[in-house]
Design a protein around this ligand. Structure first.
Ligand code: MN
Length: 509
């Protein structure tokens, strides 16, 4: 991709002034990277140009695209952040700064076990960069996508390192942002490098299988189309094929038996509105026999990353098992592009609106835990143990939503215990936790919470945190608050003991 192609692409979406600014950025970055080469032998500038192009195709705002052009200048050339600030404005400078911090925080890491930064300082940098503006992550993802697609030029050792990191960190990141399509691209590329044999094998298995079912599925598709027409439902139907990587993961769960995988190929039905989604579900269930435990309503309860759809798996009269996904155009857009959809150039006035109103650049509700984690890390004392595994789970593990009796929503990592919830609500409530009621039933301290639980903390003034609680918390937030309280109560006990000794001595006198 050349500079001119990028500009042609950009002209379709941005106005004259914005294009001028983009041109200036390209000239600026080309000069800064002059003489540098990619391992492929091409001039370095090709990399930021492709990164920026990806950001355009995701529909990002012009500042993100410009930051994409400039993203490696501060780290790899003599250019300073001040220069970028002066030439391209504060917004762009802030984005470039964020991307640079993420790179620094994750550099020098040998493998995934040590992916998370070693020092508190680097960790804060990473979290602040991630938490300050979600566009930073998207630029990083576009950057990573190009690096993955040019992985063949790297040494084998480096290939594995980058691929692993992508699979374990950037894939889940994209997922957290609801960017399903990007996650899939990252996973597919990374997987093909880490397990080339597995990748080939799974791909062939898939091919064989698909040949058979595509023909059969074609018939069903026509049948469904006709039924929807009869009911005057305006719909678009297309097939979606499972990614190789997710097939690989699923195969592992079913002992390698591909016959047990029902959603190898699914039919996707896109309709005009939410109401139609449910009508279509009804029509499908009147045509075919649904597998009751596979009906999922992600419209009324969206996945934690915001994904919405109705899923159902049915058995046709010819004994074929077919999965359907039903959604509106808007839900579809979100499922593919996630949070990037909210930066869409169509909805966007000027970049100034973004910063002034702080519209979508702040973290979405389902990622607010990053800010919480950031606060915890800020408060860590030097020498406090940061558990890598723990942080990894906090950052990239699955999340669940639980409710307080008043209906407030809290989000926790999967496997969280009641005390984790209590500490999330308030340290003082946790301090006096005496018991828990979950969905109106008494719930043990060591029993994990589940998505959708309503959790009530029963407090008693006499209840106090004790050492045993250390086994009953799982999140970094809870662990740190508990540690603080235990320290405090230790001091209190010491003072109390000392007072008693002095009293006794005085009595004895
Ligand atoms: Mn880069």
């Amino acid at each position: 991709m050349k500079k001119d192609e990028l500009l042609d692409h950009a002209r379709q979406y941005y106005d004259k002034d914005q294009i001028l600014k983009l041109k200036r950025a390209i000239t600026f970055a080309t000069a800064a990277h002059a003489g540098q080469k990619r391992l492929s032998g091409e001039p370095y500038i090709i990399h930021p140009i492709i990164t920026a192009d990806t950001l355009i195709s995701w529909g990002m705002d012009i500042d993100s695209v410009i930051a994409g052009i400039l993203h490696d200048t501060v780290e790899d050339t003599d250019v300073t952040l001040e220069q970028i600030d002066a030439q391209f404005g504060h917004n762009v400078a802030m984005l470039v700064d964020g991307v640079t911090k993420v790179s620094i925080a994750s550099s020098g890491l040998k493998n995934i076990d040590t992916y998370l930064p070693k020092t508190k300082d680097n960790l804060s940098k990473l979290l602040i960069a991630v938490g300050q503006d979600v566009r930073v992550i998207m630029i990083k993802l576009a950057d990573r996508l190009h690096n993955l697609s040019t992985l063949k030029y790297l040494s084998h050792e480096k290939q594995i390192k980058v691929a692993l990191e992508s699979l374990e960190v950037f894939g889940p990141m994209a997922d957290k942002l609801g960017m399903g399509y990007v996650r899939m691209q990252i996973e597919e590329l990374a997987f093909s490098y880490i397990y080339p044999q597995e990748f080939k094998k799974t791909k062939n298995l898939m091919k064989k299988r698909l040949g058979k079912s595509t023909r059969k599925l074609g018939k069903i598709r026509i049948e469904v189309e006709e039924a929807l027409n009869r009911h005057n439902i305006n719909a678009e139907i297309n097939g979606r094929v499972k990614s190789i990587y997710s097939l690989h993961k699923k195969l592992a769960k079913v002992n390698g038996n591909i016959d047990d995988i029902y959603d190898l190929m699914a039919l996707r039905i896109i309709v005009d509105n939410k109401n139609d989604c449910y009508i279509v579900l009804g029509i499908l269930h009147s045509l075919y026999k649904p597998m009751i435990n596979r009906i999922k309503d992600y419209i009324s309860s969206p996945k934690t990353n915001g994904y919405q759809s109705l899923h159902t798996t049915v058995i046709t009269p010819s004994e074929q098992i077919v999965e359907f996904q039903i959604r509106t155009q808007k839900m579809h857009e979100f499922a593919e592009r996630g949070l990037a959809a909210s930066f869409h150039y169509h909805d966007q006035k000027t970049s100034k609106d973004y910063t002034d109103n702080n519209i979508s650049s702040s973290l979405p509700e389902n990622m607010k835990w990053i800010t919480q984690l950031q606060e915890v890390v800020e408060k860590l004392k030097d020498g406090d143990e940061i558990s890598k595994n723990q942080l990894y789970i906090d950052l990239f593990g699955n999340r669940i939503f639980v409710h307080s009796p008043k209906g407030d929503i809290y989000d926790l990592p999967e496997g969280a215990l009641p005390l984790d919830f209590a500490y999330l609500v308030h340290s003082d409530i946790a301090r006096n936790a005496y018991g828990f009621r979950v969905n109106n039933k008494i719930h043990a301290f060591d029993k994990p919470l589940h998505n959708g639980d309503i959790v009530e903390v029963i407090t008693k003034r006499s209840a106090q945190p004790n050492q045993a609680w250390r086994q009953l918390v799982t999140t970094t937030t809870a662990r740190n608050k508990l540690q603080g309280q235990l320290r405090q109560s230790n001091v209190a006990v010491l003072i109390n003991n000392a007072t008693n000794i002095i009293r006794r001595k005085q009595k004895n006198k």
